[in-house]
Design a protein. Structure first.
Length: 367
């Protein structure tokens, strides 16, 4: 199998972070779009990407890209895709996707046409006109149709890459691990950085920071869909994990301080940190933000409550006023309230638009 084109979606605003990570795993011919980075590599790159990328949402193989305004054109594009290079005769290949600002608007109809084309392609490849059992490993086919431009992908990750394997429990409104990792990168966090989160919740910022400090690969503790494929040798996964294990360094000076008013959140943070193997680097205690005392030389990374998700807006804004009085700098604060600076009482030195789930947010940077 020769060169493969890969693509990975990410949070809007983290494309440059992901591009740098793709460069480090050996990706070539890298291109960047809004919310997505693509590159060329081989099966070893596939494994390294899943194991190591910390801000990608998933790793996909690009099967085809073409224009389609009719169902016939949609069918033809899938029929020409090299599905048999990855999908075996008995493998399952469900189809899902979405369409935006395109002439082909019916998702169920698009799924049906693309599934039919995939069946025809594989029947021809395996020289059969009969039933394809689809009892083997799952090969999730995904499509996006944007302004009549079709992109066909084969998902290699399975569960989203934000699911690292350590956070089986979470509080009401956790920040995604991939977003937290990106914010830590934007804050130039290093192995000797002291990190503080006064709203630690289930501990995502602290745990991602500790694992980053120790150079623990983001996906080292989990499995991926493509590990079940016969088309991807088990050796590439063993090598990717072996390389990642060799990089780990637990003799670092990192310390993470976490506080939260909710005792259940403190327990969650400690439990998740233990599962992640970084509990020895964290100092966590119950404390209201009103009682916050600056940690010397610490950088604050935090995701305070937004009125629309956890508290009434007025309650959240009272918290922002308190934060403005007690928090130290530097600080990186992600918030979905567009008037955060007004209530915090200080204009940010820099702002960056990000999305936390479907919520449009700003990352407020205070130097």
């Amino acid at each position: 199998m020769g060169n493969i084109r890969f693509s990975a979606p990410c949070h809007f605003g983290l494309e440059k972070v992901l591009r740098f990570e793709v460069t480090r795993i050996g990706g070539e011919d890298i291109t960047v779009q809004d919310g997505r980075v693509s590159w060329t590599g081989d099966l070893s790159t596939l494994a390294r990407a899943n194991v190591n990328l910390s801000v990608a949402e998933r790793v996909q193989i690009v099967l085809a890209e073409y224009k389609a305004t009719t169902f016939e054109e949609l069918f033809d594009g899938m029929f020409k895709a090299p599905l048999e290079e990855f999908i075996g005769r008995e493998d399952a290949f469900p189809v899902k996707g979405h369409s935006v600002n395109s002439q082909l608007t019916s998702i169920p109809a698009c799924q049906k046409i693309l599934k039919k084309a995939a069946v025809k392609r594989l029947q021809r490849a395996y020289k059969t006109e009969g039933f394809l059992p689809e009892t083997g490993s799952v090969h999730q086919l995904q499509f996006t149709i944007l302004k009549n431009q079709v992109s066909l992908y084969l998902d290699t990750s399975g569960e989203g890459l934000h699911k690292r394997g350590y956070r089986r429990n979470a509080n009401l409104a956790p920040i995604r691990e991939t977003l937290a990792a990106g914010i830590l990168d934007l804050g130039r966090m290093r192995s000797n950085t002291i990190v503080c989160d006064p709203f630690c919740g289930s501990g995502t910022f602290l745990i991602e920071a500790a694992r980053r400090a120790c150079k623990i690969a983001a996906g080292l503790d989990r499995r991926f869909q493509a590990e079940q494929w016969e088309s991807v040798p088990a050796q590439v996964w063993r090598e990717a994990r072996s390389e990642a294990l060799d990089r780990i360094d637990r003799n670092v000076e990192f310390v993470g301080y976490g506080f939260d008013v909710d005792p259940a959140a403190i327990k969650l943070t400690l439990d998740n940190a233990k599962k992640a193997g970084v509990e020895k680097f964290l100092r966590v205690e119950q404390r209201d933000v009103a009682d916050f005392q600056p940690v010397p030389d610490a950088v604050i990374f935090t995701n305070p409550p937004y009125g629309e998700r956890m508290l009434e807006q007025n309650d959240a804004r009272r918290i922002y006023r308190t934060m403005g009085k007690v928090l130290s700098t530097p600080a990186y604060i992600i918030c979905g309230d567009g008037d955060f600076e007004q209530y915090f009482g200080k204009k940010a030195d820099k702002r960056r638009k990000l999305y936390n789930g479907m919520i449009s947010c700003q990352l407020y940077q205070y130097n």
